[in-house]
Design a protein around this ligand. Structure first.
Ligand code: PMP
Length: 436
């Protein structure tokens, strides 16, 4: 019996022992294309990158842990400086943590401490969206609108107020863009007025919704409208870039597609490309200025861990040197063509979406009713068969609810994309046959 507690006790997944570029190898020596970047879009630069491995031993030998862990170390300073250069229009400061959930929780804390400092102590509420995912610690879960994960832990400490997502394919308002006049963004204004602007600290959203919707970018104009509403009511805008940051969408950060600047931004995953755990909060100059001479009460044992910061610097170097943000954009165009071909050929493909290499196929029982092939929060027998058939043919990717996600490492080539999509093409016959 294994003493390790697995998340999925019935899991029969292969045991991966090695990775190289976009490929993973299991304990039997079988090769898989990694269509999920190491699961949940973490390994943006690909596997087995020697340049990252090479910096870890020297850093461990030089300084493995910073005793003033909330304070300076060279690796932290360098990582923060580099991140500031990459974020939209230059944020002011970076605060580093160990995971995406911690990054999200600390954006909320920064926001609230800042509102209090401005003499607005009642501004404490956070507004977020249904069908969103911001992490699995209780505070981050309170912000999340992903019912499957929330339900297991309710009642949650202090819940966020949730508004409908910006999701045109299954619009909550049953409208069509652009005739809808962005009702989903205007819902934020309604919520702020209902709660009282004097009580609302921040609005948090993923620019591209990942775990809960499989990859759903907001429509054009959405975040501009959100920014406008936040400014009107003195509410901070937090962009959760944990999944969509660091080149995934063909821009360094996904908010760049809307050309807006958030007040706070949570990042993780692609920051180190998963070579070590690290999350970071980017803080706008206005908020950062307050914390120049005020303590931020957010200390954690592994804040600014030197090894993780060194891994981040090396991973960012690889993204820059190999132009992986550009490649994500170019390969995103290739992916869109593959998606369109699959949608033409397979009746079970209800909708395809991608922004850079953040992509998904939504499988349905019926294109008219949009009934999902597997209900939300479940993986029915058909989707399990799809998952097994993909693995059998050497493609590992995230298959959840009615989604087949298409999120390979950003170093993928056109030929390798073709190889992966040929497998999906073959396997979709299972979904077509199950439509009834
Ligand atoms: N925010 C988003 C957008 C995420 O996708 C995730 C993880 N999937 C998190 C936060 C939480 O990150 P972590 O699992 O590293 O705590």
């Amino acid at each position: 019996m294994s003493h390790a507690l697995f998340r999925n006790l019935t899991s029969k997944n292969p045991c991966m022992v090695r990775g190289e570029g976009i490929y993973l190898f299991d304990s039997e020596g079988k090769r898989y294309i990694d269509g999920a970047s190491g699961s949940s879009l973490v390994c943006n630069i690909g596997h087995g990158v020697k340049e990252v491995a090479a910096v870890l031993t020297p850093q461990a030998a030089e300084l493995a842990y910073n005793p003033f862990h909330c304070s300076h170390s060279r690796a932290y300073e360098d990582m923060a400086e580099r991140m500031i250069r990459l974020t939209p229009q230059g944020f002011g400061k970076v605060f580093s943590v160990s995971s995406g959930s911690e990054a999200v929780e600390n954006t909320v804390k920064f926001g609230r401490q800042y509102q209090v400092a401005r003499g607005l102590p009642s501004k404490h509420l956070v507004i977020s969206r249904w069908q969103s995912y911001h992490g699995n610690t209780l505070g981050a879960l309170a912000c999340s609108g992903y019912t499957g994960r929330r339900r297991k832990h309710t009642p949650i400490l202090k819940d966020a107020v949730h508004i409908p997502p910006a999701f045109c394919y299954r619009c909550h308002f049953e409208k069509t863009y652009p005739g809808c006049e962005l009702k989903c963004a205007r819902a934020l204004e309604t919520a702020i007025l209902q709660e009282g602007p004097e009580n609302v600290s921040a609005f948090i959203a993923e620019p591209v919704v990942g775990a809960a919707l499989g990859g759903a970018p907001a429509p054009p104009g959405y975040f501009q409208k959100i920014r406008e509403i936040c400014d009107t009511y003195d509410v901070l805008f937090i962009a959760d870039e944990v999944m969509c940051g660091f080149g995934r969408t063909g821009e360094w950060f996904a908010v760049n597609h809307w050309d807006v600047v958030p007040d706070l931004m949570s990042t993780a995953k692609g920051l180190t490309s998963s070579y070590l755990p690290l999350g970071a909060v980017a803080i706008s100059p206005a908020i950062a200025a307050h914390f120049e001479d005020h303590v931020f009460w957010g200390g954690l044992t592994y804040n600014s861990h030197p090894l993780s910061c060194a891994a981040a610097l090396a991973a960012i170097d690889v993204i820059e040197q190999d132009d992986l943000v550009g490649n994500s954009k170019r390969m995103g165009e290739v992916m869109a063509r593959h998606h369109a071909e699959l949608a033409d050929k397979h009746p079970s493909v209800g909708r395809v979406r991608n922004l850079g290499l953040f992509g998904v196929l939504e499988l349905v029982k019926d294109r008219e009713t949009l009934e999902p092939l597997s209900p939300f929060n479940s993986l029915n027998e058909t989707m399990q068969q799809v998952n097994r058939a993909l693995l059998d043919r050497g493609l590992f990717t995230m298959v959840r609810f009615n989604h087949v996600m298409t999120n390979p490492p950003l170093c993928i080539t056109e030929e390798q994309l073709g190889e992966g999509f040929a497998i999906i093409d073959e396997v979709l016959s299972i979904a077509d046959a199950a439509m009834g």
